[in-house]
Design a protein around this ligand. Structure first.
Ligand SMILES: Nc1ncnc2c1ncn2[C@@H]1O[C@H](COP(=O)(O)OP(=O)(O)O)[C@@H](O)[C@H]1O
Ligand SMILES: [Mg+2]
Length: 321
């Protein structure tokens, strides 16, 4: 029997590029399933292998409107057949629903910002009245900072919601969230591979809310069109040397309880030092400039993890022969 392969489920070529490079460095056999569209023969059996789901909450912004829905059909089929799936259907459920993330974080005693979920424009404005100070809006199915806007009054939100620039979340659910003011403009993203802590990265937020660490998304200044080289400013992403915090172990428990093995979890610390966790990215990307400086490489770690999994599968199959 030939060796089993690694299958990568995704919908964005650019984000898989660094993983491809890591696979070829480590000589790991792999195949990509671009699940933007396709046909699933539910009565068939999937190929042998290890499946790594990298479906993204923001897939609809790349004209792949139903990629996440299609993936939500493919993953249960793989699981039915007992295939080894890394970040399976439970991970996807979290990826596309921030409130579901907050439920899992809260269940494990992790503080999340005060949040209201509103459907319908009139309800978005009504929900905002619950906040005394500044608040932000964001999409429940998001990624890339979709719909993230800061408001200082209900009136200005009302004007925005009525205006043609208002953008509804693709799932129709807008979140209103207390604005966590950090003493310095940065957030922290904690990366996990194979369920284990890899590193934490500090992300400068002074340029805005679109914080995807993938190089293709990096913007040098607020107006820089996607695809251009970032300006030579201070690095927006910086791997934190020796990050250690009790939150890491709690995150690990949340991830383990949800069959999430690869993820980046984001928090903001306020001036009292309280941590607020607000985003679980089961489809995570890494910033190559920050990784170069630190000598730590997320996609190599992901490839090595998948490599170990596929080798383990090969051994099990050989023993069963
Ligand atoms: N409650 C909040 N208070 C302050 N800033 C926030 C808050 N929520 C999000 N942000 C900022 O917006 C960015 C994007 O929000 P996030 O919830 O991570 O959405 P996405 O899933 O689109 O990445 C965050 O990285 C952070 O800089
Ligand atoms: Mg985020």
């Amino acid at each position: 029997m030939p060796q089993p392969k690694i299958y990568v489920i995704h919908e964005n070529e650019a984000w898989v590029e660094p993983l491809r490079a890591a696979f070829s460095e480590q000589q790991l056999p792999h195949e990509e399933w671009h699940l933007d569209r396709g046909v699933l023969d539910f009565s068939s059996a999937p190929p042998r292998g290890v499946f790594y789901n990298r479906m993204s909450a923001s897939s609809h912004t790349r004209d792949h409107r139903y990629a996440a829905e299609y993936t939500s059909c493919v993953l249960p089929w793989l699981e039915l057949h007992g295939r080894r799936v890394v970040n399976g259907s439970r991970a996807l459920r979290l990826e596309i629903n921030k409130i579901a993330q907050y439920a899992e974080l809260s269940r494990h005693g992790i503080r999340v910002p005060r949040t209201l979920a509103a459907v319908g424009r009139e309800n978005i404005v009504a929900a905002a009245r619950q906040f005394k100070g500044s608040f932000i809006t964001k999409h429940n199915r998001a990624g890339k900072g979709l719909g993230v806007r800061l408001f200082h009054s209900v009136d200005s939100l009302g004007n925005y919601v009525k205006s043609p620039v208002f953008e509804d979340s693709v799932d129709g659910v807008t979140l209103l969230q207390e604005y966590i003011q950090a003493p310095e403009p940065f957030i922290t993203r904690v990366e996990f591979v194979g369920g284990r802590f890899l590193y934490a990265v500090r992300v400068d937020t002074s340029l805005g809310f679109e914080l995807c660490p993938a190089d293709v998304c990096e913007i040098g200044d607020a107006m820089c069109p996607v695809g251009e080289k970032p300006a030579a400013t201070a690095p927006r992403f910086e791997v934190i040397e020796g990050f250690a915090h009790p939150i890491v172990e709690r995150y690990q428990k949340v991830l383990a309880a949800n069959d999430v093995e690869v993820a980046g979890v984001e928090f903001i610390a306020d001036k009292a030092g309280e941590l607020y966790t607000y985003d679980v990215n089961t489809n995570t990307n890494y910033n190559s400039a920050a990784e170069e400086r630190a000598g730590k490489y997320g996609m190599r770690a992901v490839a090595a993890f998948l490599g170990r999994e596929v080798q383990a599968l090969g051994r099990i199959e050989a023993a069963a022969d």
